[in-house]
Design a protein around this ligand. Structure first.
Ligand code: AMP
Length: 193
């Protein structure tokens, strides 16, 4: 199976690029952000807990998101593969993902890291906030999300670099050019295989 992690700061374009990768490779989309928002919409107890973190720009606790991911994989760990969008976000989650995939005799194939500078990220998120209606797309929460990203999520880059899986992609430019860079990195996997 082709299991892609789409990695990058909030606003780096993970959602846009994951849609295109899904279309190209027929992958199943797994977004822990979407799973959390679904729980909130349905008014579940778990959703209420998730909301209290999301609205402050903090990470939802590892055990909650790992549980949501495991449930999702039980339903859809299928060929040709998966794309993880916004997961993992901590080292604990990265290690858990390796263990969960191993239960299905699977592994992470590649980690595509969208690289975008901080000023551009803030501009993009503020612009998205004007239309998204997301409670976490306002300046105060955006700054907190970016701080959390640097403190808790970037250590995963070294984690995946050490596994030889990290590919950095310039996330500034046209959507199609960025997508082309990703496709060329993914297609390299098939050349090597
Ligand atoms: P996203 O839609 O990926 O930008 O996620 C929105 C918010 O959901 C994040 O700012 C976090 O509060 C929460 N969230 C999503 N995925 C995770 C995760 N893997 N770990 C912890 N919190 C998450």
């Amino acid at each position: 199976m082709l299991n892609i992690i789409l990695f990058g700061a909030p606003g780096s374009g993970k959602g846009t690029q994951s849609e295109k990768l899904i279309e190209r490779y027929g992958l199943k989309h797994i977004s822990t952000g979407d799973l959390c928002r679904e729980e909130i919409r349905e008014g579940t107890a778990l959703g209420a807990v998730a909301d209290s973190y999301i609205s402050k720009g903090q990470l939802v606790p590892d055990d909650i998101v790992i549980g949501l991911l495991e449930d999702q994989l039980k339903r859809c760990c299928t060929k040709p593969g998966l794309i993880f969008d916004g997961f993992p976000r901590t080292l604990v989650q990265g290690e858990a993902l390796d263990q969960i995939l191993a239960k299905y005799n699977e592994r992470v194939s590649i980690v595509l890291s969208l690289e975008v500078d901080e000023d551009e990220l803030i501009q993009r998120l503020l612009k998205r906030g004007e239309v998204s209606g997301r409670s976490d797309d306002n300046l105060e929460v955006i700054e907190s999300r970016l701080r959390v990203y640097h403190e808790q999520t970037t250590p995963l880059k070294t984690f995946y670099q050490n596994q030889g899986k990290l590919v950095k992609v310039d996330g500034v430019g046209s959507i199609d050019d960025i997508f082309a860079s990703m496709v060329s990195a993914v297609d390299q996997l098939f050349v090597k295989a």
